[in-house]
Every structure is written in C-alpha cells, then in structure tokens.
Design a protein around this ligand. Structure first.
Ligand code: SF4
Ligand code: SF4
Ligand code: FES
Length: 421
C-alpha cells in the first residue's frame, strides 16, 4: 500500500492501481464516461480530469498510475471549468431530448451537466449535426446515434468481452457514429449488456423502452433462476396506480465471484414469466381436500422444484418425513445442452440443483407404485401419471386434483447454491 492525498485527505491505496480506481474505491466523486471497471481505460472522453500537484495541466485519472505521496485535487474552479468545457463539447451535437429519453434518471450526461455543466449552449438545436434516431441493432437493442458520446464502451464490450465484433465507430469528426459492421446485426447471447454499459440513452432495451420511468422503480437484490450459474441481479419492480405489482426488468448486480458486471440476455428477459399467468388465490376448501387426499394415501411421492430455496427444500425434507413420503426431483426437464457456454450460461436451467444433490434427493421420475404425487412447483408434473395429484404452483394451467397457489422465487427470500463448474 502507498499513501496518496486527495483533496488533502490521506488515502492508503494499492501500489500500481489507476488513480480513477483509487478514487472510485474510496467513494470520491469523479465524473467519467469511457472508463469501466470491466472494460478498463480508454482515455477518450476526458471527463475524469483531475489536478495533480507538480503537473502543469490537468490529467486524466483513468490513465494515471498512483505514486507514493501524490497530491490530487478533484475539485476546484480550474478542474470544474475543464469539465464544463468538455461537457460543452459533448453536448454540441447532442439532441438534449431528455423528456422522451429512456435513460433519464440514470444518465451520466444529465448527472454531470447538473454537477458541472450549467452553461448556456452556444449552439442552437437547428444547427446540430443529426444522426439516425431509431436504429434497430438486433438482439433487443435500439441505437440513437445522436445521443452517443462515443465512449466506445459498447464496441469494447463486443471486441474484448464477447469477442463477437459486431459494433464499431464509423465516420470522422462530428460525423463519427456507432454502427454495426456491414451486413451484421448485434446478435450474441450477452448483447443487452451494452444497454447497461452505455452511460447515456444511446443504447436502449427494446423490451424496457417506454415501459416505466426509472424513478418509479424499486430495486431488490436477487439471483437469476434461469440457470445454475446464479448470476446476481437487481429486480426492478413497481405497482403503477390501480395495478398489481409488476417486474419491469432484471439488471446485473456486480459479483466478481460469479458474474462480474454482466448477465445473459435469456436470464435478463426471464422476468416476464414471473408477471404472467400467475396463480394467486386458492379455493377456500382446497387445503381441506389436500389434507384428506394425504390422509387416504398409502404411498406418497413428494416432487420438488430445483428452483426452491434451501430453506424451502429443507422444510420439505422434514414434511416428507412427517407424512412418510419419498422425495423426488426429476432433473431431465432442466437440462438444455444448447444453452450452456464457456462464459456464464450453464446447461442446467435451475438455480438450486446443487442443494438437491446435497440432500440426496432422487433425481429420476417417481415409480408408478405411488398413489399420490404432491408437487411443489415441479415443471414436469403434467407428464407423470398417478391416481391423485396435489400441486402447489406459482402459475396457472396445472392439472391436479387440488391446485394451491405458491409464491414465486421473486416474492420469497432464501438461499441458493450455484454450480460454478
Ligand atoms: S452507444 Fe453508448 S456505449 Fe456506445 S459509444 Fe455511444 S455512448 Fe458509448
Ligand atoms: S447465465 Fe444463467 S444465471 Fe446468469 S443470467 Fe443467464 S440464465 Fe441467469
Ligand atoms: S474516463 Fe478517463 S478519459 Fe474517459
């Protein structure tokens, strides 16, 4: 560790780190567009200018390695004037269509303008260079070329992370713009991450566009259930006036031990199944009928879903013992070989198979000797034959003697064990 001074405050930071990393880690305000923890530095936006004692001109913090005793200033009239001028340049051809922009409320350009800009523009809207407004890039992403600040985060993502190379910057000067390569579409299974990476409203999700203003949303930390990887996510939800609570989007939540900053598109869009065709209320006598069926049965199979939380599975193990049932979790319905890849996606498409393994639950289909199957949201119940069935289900459309509503994983809290291999 070495000691540096930022705005006269002493900080102990790792030797060899970038100054911008030291500032971010120590929660010191520093505006930036092009730097990103997952993509590294690019040095193109110049927003991260700081004053360093002993240097004549302001320097960019994303291309400066910390040195012992370094004295840095992130505030002050001179630095703020530099930032204001850079913002003025960024905004020369920007359409400033914040009222209709989906990024409003989480736009870095808006935030920095309010923090450091606040100047009267010398350019009228009519004189601006105009770009294409609604470019369908494919893979659920729309591009507004005019809003782009050319930070190159999206192009670096497709070049360095997915290595699919769909995006590039074409043209020169104030005609430079983001585009897909000729004849190509943005089409990789992680493409929607460019929407999160884009610091402004240039890249938006077709799925989320115009669905909600972000300041109406509440965010709940959670874990994706679409495969066994267990990517960390935020669930953004809201109950609009006179309507039921709905989930509007999943966003990646940083966890360097699991998914870093990213999630796959399939996981991101899997929120939809939690909104639709939900089973929400029970027949008043359903529980009594279920109890009678359990009391009359001689040989019960208890079927559990591999997406249930550890606490729920542990409780069901105890319940199975109490009623003398055998536990099953037929697992073939979760296996999708084509889904797995070398990065995040796993072919096992359930979130808690590791705990099913730990509990030693039988993973084949129950034998036909059972006269009652009780299912806790197992997706394959309909393919099984049995004299009687009781289904605890999150969704409609299940056929059984008794069907009882179950909360979805997004409405419960619990523990999951992911499969990292
Ligand atoms: S589209 Fe967004 S992420 Fe891509 S260069 Fe422009 S501002 Fe940056
Ligand atoms: S890789 Fe798996 S856990 Fe991660 S977002 Fe995709 S489906 Fe969800
Ligand atoms: S963040 Fe440093 S130049 Fe863009």
């Amino acid at each position: 560790m070495i000691e540096i001074f930022v705005n006269d405050q002493s900080l102990h930071v790792n030797e060899g780190v970038l100054l911008i990393e030291a500032l971010i880690q120590n929660r010191i305000d520093i505006p930036y567009f092009c730097y990103h923890e997952a993509l590294g530095m690019d040095g193109n936006c110049r927003m991260c200018m700081v004053g360093i004692e002993g240097q004549k001109r302001p320097q960019i913090a994303c291309d400066t390695i910390v040195k012992a005793g370094m004295r840095v200033h992130t505030t002050g009239e001179r630095i703020e004037d530099v930032r204001r001028r850079i913002l003025e340049l960024e905004l020369v051809n920007h359409p400033v269509d914040c009222p209709i922009c989906d990024q409003a409320g989480e736009c870095k350009l808006q935030d920095f303008y309010m923090d450091y800009g606040l100047y009267d523009s010398a350019v009228s809207k009519g004189e601006k260079v105009h770009g294409a407004k609604h470019v369908d890039l494919g893979a659920n992403v729309m591009l507004d070329q005019e809003r782009c600040v050319l930070c190159a985060r999206c192009t670096r993502f497709t070049c360095n992370i997915t290595k699919t190379h769909e995006l590039g910057i074409i043209g020169r000067g104030d005609h430079a713009r983001i585009s897909t390569m000729p004849g190509r579409k943005l089409s990789n299974p992680y493409a929607m991450n460019v929407v999160d990476l884009c610091p402004v409203g240039a890249l938006t999700s077709k799925d989320f566009r115009f669905a909600q203003r972000v300041w109406f949303l509440s965010s709940t930390p959670s874990v994706c259930h679409s495969c066994a990887k267990g990517c960390n996510i935020f669930i953004d939800h809201n109950a609009p006036k006179y309507q039921k609570e709905r989930i509007y989007r999943f966003r990646p939540r940083r966890n360097d031990a699991v998914n870093g900053h990213f999630i796959c598109d399939a996981g991101r869009l899997s929120y939809k199944s939690l909104n639709d065709h939900r089973l929400t209320c029970n027949n008043p006598d359903a529980m009594d009928r279920a109890k009678a069926l359990i009391q009359a049965a001689h040989n019960i199979a208890l079927l559990v879903d591999a997406n249930l939380y550890c606490e729920q599975l542990d409780a069901l193990v105890a319940f199975a013992q109490r009623i003398g049932a055998q536990l099953y979790c037929p697992n073939q319905c979760y296996y999708d070989e084509g889904f797995g890849d070398e990065w995040l996606r796993r072919p096992w498409r359930a979130a808690n198979l590791a705990h099913i393994n730990t509990l030693g639950i039988t993973q084949s289909t129950p034998s036909e000797a059972h006269d009652l199957i009780i299912s806790f949201n197992h997706p394959d119940l309909s393919s099984l034959t049995c004299k009687h069935k009781i289904a605890f289900s999150t969704h409609e459309g299940v056929e059984a003697d008794v069907v009882l509503a179950l909360r979805s994983w997004a409405e419960e809290a619990g523990t999951l064990i992911n499969i990292t291999a």
